[in-house]
Design a protein around this ligand. Structure first.
Ligand code: PLP
Length: 446
């Protein structure tokens, strides 16, 4: 690689960064991250930061997981690539599919379809949902229902079910036939309802009202994140996801649990659906499936859908969908090692224990700083919503958000800003001392 002067000089010149304005990146060049160790990353200036973002919600095992590195190196030696399209298969993809369906058996998952990341996994789920209804002879069921504030990636299907205008406006028109119900968000909702149980009922009623308006027999699937991540870590009231499942059942609508962030222990359970006591029809996975060491995703499918495809007597059952890198052997080898380490280290239990410590610290920050409007958390995912005024809940401006993140960075903690939220999704190997350091960093920033 070229020297650091070259990197600094060319930073944001030839590269466009996702989710950023290119001119802003030029004016205020992004940090260049050079190294990672444990829960820390080091930038090009030699400054080491505790990574409270965990890469991008994905580096659950931190940056020094030797078993994953070895699995990748060994697989590169043995077979760096072979296709998973009809006619060929590879050892790691067979093994990882087996592991995933075993792991998520309690959620009812029976088959795995591999992808290259979260957006692919969502797109695959949406497409398979439509195909399922064609197989079942109900080809009117083409529409999708989702939640406002939800995030489901950037492909056209995923962007269409996204519930945030920031990810939609510049790319409209998106898919027709996609509708959104209110997010079960106690801090801000159209009903001005702060009681979680009542809010869950109101949001469920609004969802059912939209289904009635559209015609239940036109809706293919409902998609939701068990905890809405990029929308600001919105934790639905207990019982909401179950209510949504019941509504889907009542109207024959498939339920897709988007577990791209919540899968593999982030919320303190192995999946958000399990945490909510729900069995979805499909689950979308990516991110922590390899702890970020290799791009990989998967769409998991339950027995009901699998049987429909496998027992199909028409031409509708053939999967005319997939990616060159579906089941990439190196990615799958990384996944097998990441999942084994995730289980061995009981990262779900650590997310619960450290999550409790983090929650306490965040509640204290809310008491200490009037700019903190709301703190939300589940396991080791958390959002701190900043406001310029607590009564009106007016969102803090961009400059304030950047100043807080910069302040935390000065104090040695890397945070992520999403709208007027600070997002925390640290590696799940976090220690009690790391939690304290994160809290101190945010405190300094605030
Ligand atoms: N779904 C959810 C819930 C996500 O949070 C994300 C990304 O953050 C995606 C889908 C898209 O994943 P990717 O960025 O890997 O395409």
């Amino acid at each position: 690689m070229r020297d650091t002067n070259f990197l600094i000089e060319n930073n944001a010149k030839s590269i466009w960064h996702p989710m950023a304005h290119p001119a802003e990146m030029r004016a205020n060049p992004p940090k260049i991250i050079m190294k990672g160790e444990g829960v820390h990353v080091t930038d090009v200036n030699g400054r080491t930061l505790l990574d409270a973002v965990g890469g991008l919600w994905n580096v659950n095992l931190g940056y020094s997981c030797d078993p994953i590195k070895k699995a990748i190196a060994d697989q590169l030696d043995a077979l760096p690539y072979y296709s998973g399209f009809r006619g060929t298969s590879t050892g790691p993809s067979i093994e990882l599919a087996y592991e995933l369906t075993e792991w998520f058996k309690p959620e009812g998952m029976a088959r795995a379809f591999f992808t290259s990341g979260g957006s692919d996994s969502v797109e695959s789920a949406l497409r398979l949902a439509r195909q399922y209804w064609k197989i079942k002879g109900q080809s009117d069921r083409t529409k999708f229902l989702a939640l406002k504030k939800g995030y489901h990636g950037t492909h056209f299907g995923g962007a269409s079910v996204n519930g945030n205008a920031n990810f939609r406006r510049n790319y409209e028109p998106l898919l027709p036939g996609v509708f959104h119900a209110p997010a079960p968000w106690t801090y801000r909702n159209p009903f001005n309802e702060t009681d979680p149980a009542r809010l869950a009922q109101l949001c469920a009623a609004a969802m059912e009202d939209e289904i009635a308006f559209q015609g239940a027999d036109t809706i293919a699937a409902f998609i939701m994140e068990p905890v809405l991540g990029a929308g600001g870590v919105i934790v639905p009231p207990d019982g909401f996801m179950k209510l949504a499942r019941e509504i889907c059942d009542r109207h024959g609508i498939l339920m897709i649990s988007d577990e791209v962030v919540t899968g593999f222990g982030r919320t303190g359970a192995w999946s958000g659906a399990r945490l909510s006591g729900v069995k979805p029809d499909m689950m979308t996975l990516a991110k922590a499936i390899t702890s970020g060491y290799f791009p990989l995703g998967a769409t998991l499918i339950n027995e009901k859908i699998a049987e429909a495809f496998e027992g199909d007597q028409t031409t509708f059952g053939s999967i005319g969908h997939g990616y060159t890198y579906s089941g990439h052997p190196v990615g799958c080898a990384a996944g097998i090692a990441a999942l084994a380490e995730t289980k061995r280290l009981k990262l779900d239990e650590n997310a619960v224990a450290r999550g409790k410590e983090l929650a306490l610290a965040l509640e204290q920050l809310k008491v200490r700083h009037a700019i903190v409007g709301d703190v939300r958390y589940k396991g080791l995912m958390a959002g701190i919503e900043l406001v310029s005024d607590r009564d009106s809940k007016k969102a803090a401006d961009k400059k304030t958000m950047a100043a807080v993140a910069d302040g935390a960075c000065e104090a040695g903690v890397m945070l992520r800003v999403s709208g007027n939220n600070l997002i925390l999704s640290p590696p799940l190997i976090l220690t009690t001392a790391d939690v304290a350091k994160i809290a101190e960093g945010i405190d300094a920033g605030l």
